[in-house]
Design a protein around this ligand. Structure first.
Ligand SMILES: [Zn+2]
Length: 248
């Protein structure tokens, strides 16, 4: 097998970013989704992201347990600080589309956190290509699937607040653009990036867990019964675990 080149790494990582946009697709068909449908979608995105976050964490832990767990705590601290910063009165003018300040802060927080956590996933793609083409392609496909519920989660925050499905898809792809941007330098300078990868994977996994419990599941519970939320979440976790082991 030929050694992978930087162009191939970039294109595959770009594909993972575009896959995030697929999360907005349901909104093209369901213009005015019912509350039950929204609740189930939030639970679906939550379950898929929860299982995917543990995929990232175990991947990191196999390379460095303490660096990974430190990354998780760092991720949490970072989110709490960002949240506190955005909640200060003087940021009442945070603007996002035509949303109220409260909604805009929520949207900026979610899109911002999802964008930031993608940086380390890009490093993950680049470093894995350093381990050979087969590993790189495997990680890219896994991340592309992992990105779809993230796009769904972003759309679930944006579309009900007045953003069109197309724009939500664009914001979803935007949140994953750090993946192609970081994959190439991480691939070219793999020796430099490899030691920090577990920290990054922990950070990304921790941020996803926070998102599930701070946003997705509470929103789901507001819109449909706790039993329905639990059933959909459990099935979503099951599906993601199945996928993660079957593609190995
Ligand atoms: Zn992610």
């Amino acid at each position: 097998m030929e050694a992978p080149g930087a162009t191939q790494v970039f294109l595959l990582a770009l594909m993972t970013a575009v896959a995030t946009g697929a999360g907005a697709l349901p909104f093209l068909f369901a213009k005015r989704p019912s509350r039950k449908w929204m609740g189930a979608s939030n639970a679906l995105a939550g379950g898929l992201m929860l299982a995917a976050s543990f995929g990232l964490i175990y991947e990191g832990a196999s390379r460095g347990l303490f660096r990974t767990t430190a990354g998780m705590v760092l991720g949490l601290l970072f989110i709490l600080l960002t949240r506190a910063f955005l909640q200060e009165e003087k940021h009442d003018r945070v603007a996002f589309a035509a949303m109220s300040p409260l909604d805009a802060r929520k949207a900026v927080l979610i899109v911002g956190i999802m964008t930031l956590h993608s940086f380390t996933e890009g490093i993950g793609i680049g470093v894995s290509f350093g381990g050979g083409e087969a590993l790189g392609v495997f990680i890219s496909v896994a991340l592309a699937v992992h990105n779809v519920p993230e796009g769904l989660a972003i759309s679930l925050v944006l579309v009900p607040r007045g953003v069109s499905a197309l724009r939500a898809a664009m914001w979803s792809v935007f949140s994953s653009l750090p993946q192609p941007l970081m994959a190439v330098p991480a691939f070219l300078f793999v020796g430099l990036f490899e030691p920090v990868l577990p920290v990054g994977l922990g950070f990304a996994g921790g941020a996803m867990i926070w998102m599930v419990f701070s946003e997705l599941l509470p929103d789901a519970l507001e819109e449909t019964s706790s039993n329905a939320v639990a059933v959909v979440t459990t099935l979503a976790v099951t599906a993601m675990v199945l996928f993660q082991f079957l593609i190995r």
